[in-house]
Design a protein around this ligand. Sequence first.
Ligand code: SF4
Length: 189
Amino acid sequence: MKLLLHVCCAPCSTVAVERLVEAGHSVTLFFFNPNIFPAEELEHRIAEARALAAKFGVELVAGPEERSRWRRAVEPLAARGERSIRCNVCFAVRLDAAAREARLRRCDAFTTTLSTAPMKDSKTIFRIGRMLGRKHGVAFLEEDFKKRDGLHRSSVLCRKHGLYRQDYCGCEWSLAERREARGVRREEG
Ligand code: SF4
């Protein structure tokens, strides 16, 4: 199958790319994450995703920046926190671009590495992916990469390839939330 794989970051992509390539799919990686803050972090994550693509011998396409469009959609929900509707809207902005790209490239289907992350609900991602697939006329492949010990496998592959593993999801609010949680833990300790 000719497949467009939306990649959120290199660590989550490791197991996804390995499985899809092993399954015989022709995979193009699509990096589109206008949520990532600050700009240096975005550059770092793109560079890591490019390094991963090179290791697997697959193409990586970087999508347009579109930060202001993402911000307009997500900022009104900023205070809702991680794993809330804020994240669902963030997924939708990214998967909308992925579905559009898949359609332009005449792919058979598209999917996303977002399902690798333990903090992200795969059923919600699938529901959004299906909806955007219908909108753009391309199938969404429902692959839950955290299943079948996917998290462990991604850790192994990150170590093997020396990949950078960030400790927050991506947006400025998730960075602040992570810093706050760390501060609270230090005070408790
Ligand atoms: S926490 Fe992650 S998924 Fe949620 S809005 Fe921020 S970047 Fe997007």
